[in-house]
Design a binder for this molecule. Structure first.
Ligand SMILES: C[S@@+](CC[C@H](N)C(=O)[O-])C[C@H]1O[C@@H](n2cnc3c(N)ncnc32)[C@H](O)[C@@H]1O
Length: 255
């Protein structure tokens, strides 16, 4: 029986790593690190830094996992993601079997929280279903980019007795605000979907590279700041080669 820990490591600031996560880091013999190519080098480094900072008096091994190519051109988004997860499960299963000795503990360090827009849990379930390697796993929650965003802007995500909706840029672009909900958090938005909304009566709280030295925060009425955010985003992306940004849209309630 191999044991895996799925550890949420926060969304950028090493001080967001919880005591529970630090204790879990100190139980692991092997860290599996998904290597997603040159532009994701910073994320591999961030994980290595966390290990060096928090693991005490313990030998551990780092195993880099090659990430299979995902077909981003396919119009069948769901099927393309499912295929990519299956490919990943095959690669991960082989590595867990070969790199983790019986009785040892392996760990996946997940950006933010494993429960939000992350495929690690689904891939591990797929490995278990494949039945080629016997394993058990535990999940340690992390501070998500969503919580970081709210804290840095000093806003609550929920208004009194009201819901908050978390979605992707792709969904916002096609669906706008959902019925009965005036507070929407948007992640994974490569195309500034907020710019396509009517905007009047809506405030935006935007954050990029939250918790890092490159952090950018902008907020205000959407029609007033949409252009500024797009310009800041494009400039930062050109400078660093990649960007991660998240935002809260808050629409004034119709009376
Ligand atoms: C694949 S999802 C992973 C989310 C992660 N599991 C979490 O809990 O934050 C990646 C998206 O999270 C958001 N994100 C993650 N880290 C961020 C950061 N430091 N600053 C701003 N947005 C971030 C961005 O919307 C990005 O497109």
């Amino acid at each position: 029986m191999r044991r895996l820990l799925v550890i949420g490591i926060g969304a950028g600031d090493p001080e967001q790593v919880t005591v529970q996560a630090i204790n879990a880091l100190n139980r692991a013999d092997v860290f599996f690190v998904a290597d997603k190519g040159a532009d994701k080098h910073d994320f591999v480094l961030a994980r290595q830094e966390i290990c060096e900072r928090y693991i005490r008096n313990r030998d551990y091994r780092m195993v880099h996992i090659p990430d299979p190519e995902r077909d981003r051109s396919s119009p069948a988004y769901r099927q393309a993601v499912d295929q990519w997860r299956r490919d990943r499960a095959g690669i991960w299963a082989g590595l867990v079997r070969d790199e983790l000795r019986d009785g040892e503990c392996g760990a996946f360090l997940v950006w933010g929280d494993p429960a939000l827009y992350d495929s690690t849990l689904a891939v591990i379930e797929q490995i278990i279903d494949m039945g080629t390697v016997e394993l058990d796993y535990e999940v340690i929650p992390g501070i998500s980019a969503v919580q970081s965003l709210a804290a840095r802007h000093r806003v609550s995500l929920t208004q009194v007795g009201r819901p908050v909706h978390i979605t992707t840029g792709r969904r916002l672009a096609t669906g706008g605000f959902p019925e009965g909900c005036d507070d929407v958090v948007v992640m994974l938005d490569a195309h500034c979907a907020f710019a396509g909304l009517p905007g009047a009566g809506t405030d935006i709280y935007w954050g990029a590279y939250l918790g890092t030295k490159d952090e950018i925060l902008l907020s205000g009425p959407l029609p007033d700041v949409a252009d500024q955010i797009q310009a800041a985003r494009a400039a930062a992306r050109a400078r660093k080669g990649w960007i991660m940004d998240t935002y809260l849209l808050r629409r004034a309630r119709a009376r």
